[in-house]
Design a binder for this molecule. Sequence first.
Ligand code: GAL
Length: 458
Amino acid sequence: MKPFPKDFLWGASTSAYQIEGAHNIDGKGPSIWDAFSSIPGKIKNEDTGQVSGDHYHRFREDVALMKQIGIKVYRFSIAWPRVMPTGKGAANEKGIQFYSDLIDELLAAGITPWVTLYHWDLPLALQLEHDGWLGAEISDLFAAYADVCFDRFGDRVKNWITLNEPWVVAILGYGLGEFAPGRVSHSEPYLAGHNQLLAHAKAVEAYRKKYAHQGGQIGMANNCDWREPLTDSPKDQAAAQRALEFFLAWFADPIYFGDYPAVMKERLGDRLPAFTEAEKQMVKGSVDYFGLNHYTTMYTAEATGPIGEASMYGNAGLADDQDIELSLDESWKRTTMGWPVAPWGCRKLLEWIDDRYGRPDIYITENGCAWDDQKIDGKVKDTDRIEYYQAYLQACQEAIENGVKLKGYFAWSLMDNFEWAHGYSQRFGLVHIDYQTLERTMKDSAYWYAGVVRENGV
Ligand code: GAL
């Protein structure tokens, strides 16, 4: 691989509910994921995040592993109900202490923290009392929580991500019912998305007004797969473009242009809430960089009949709202999640973002893959993961050569973890976790990644 720019950031990501465990100690309140994963049938093997990787107790060991891999930046999330057990009111000092200690430990190891404020673990009380992301109060409640985090951690944290993947929260949480809070609807996702955008913008406004002296940057992590037109017919090309707009532009257009894409307004009518003029102004320009989570690619065609299996399976969103049909090439290699490995899609998506949003600084805040790797004789050989990272980083390199301002890359994930509805059946980590003993083992991919970081080190 050719060298990356000298100032390129090399990192890894995790999220609170997926690794922390310690679900009910030191004053932490329950989250919607604690509740959701206690409902029989919702999570594979009835797994929960109650113990998970026990990172809450083992974070010093985990920071030592990061240091061994050589990563320069680490993205983790703060559990809102750990800091505010019911989502509002006084902060829980023990929760604050945990994140404060983690931040100090990272800084002492020479690792820069990138902190996500919301990675899906909404305080359960806010779901019950305020209807979660559907309620009118949620954006103010989020901004108040964010303010506490800026106040308590902002002296040391200079890189913030407000929300992780509002698309997933809206579509899988409120549309398809696969993730917490498990609702199924064709209108709620668009309201949940809208309130997330307002929450994000209010938090950013507070950050810029009250905490500018901290000198940090703030953004959002949006997810998007690439959508390749199945044929070069104008219909399929339009379908692929429409799919990208319903996926990524849903959140990025309001932020860069002040409103939703025209195609969403036309097709959704009243189901898509409208911004007031003041809200448009507040949302527009509310990021300092473009955060992108990217995993895979699918072919896209204009739907000609009822929406088929692949469209749901490929994370199309509400495919019938878009009149698209997804498919894949059977010759493509697929991960254990069933996601095609198609690195060229990563380059195309980066170029699409670069072009549409006026050449923003982009950080890939997540990229990675699940493989069924096992520990054998004390080692984890995960050749498939190395090949995936190699190919996707190559695609990033090509995008940079083509002028894309890609500034950093965070592997998903630092360690195996609770993969939401899949429980522990899917392993995304550079570090293997034995869930019986909670013992950590560096995988071959972690050694390989350490090599890449070293080669590109300053
Ligand atoms: C993302 C999510 C992560 C992780 C990853 C792999 O959507 O932000 O939490 O689960 O996908 O599925």
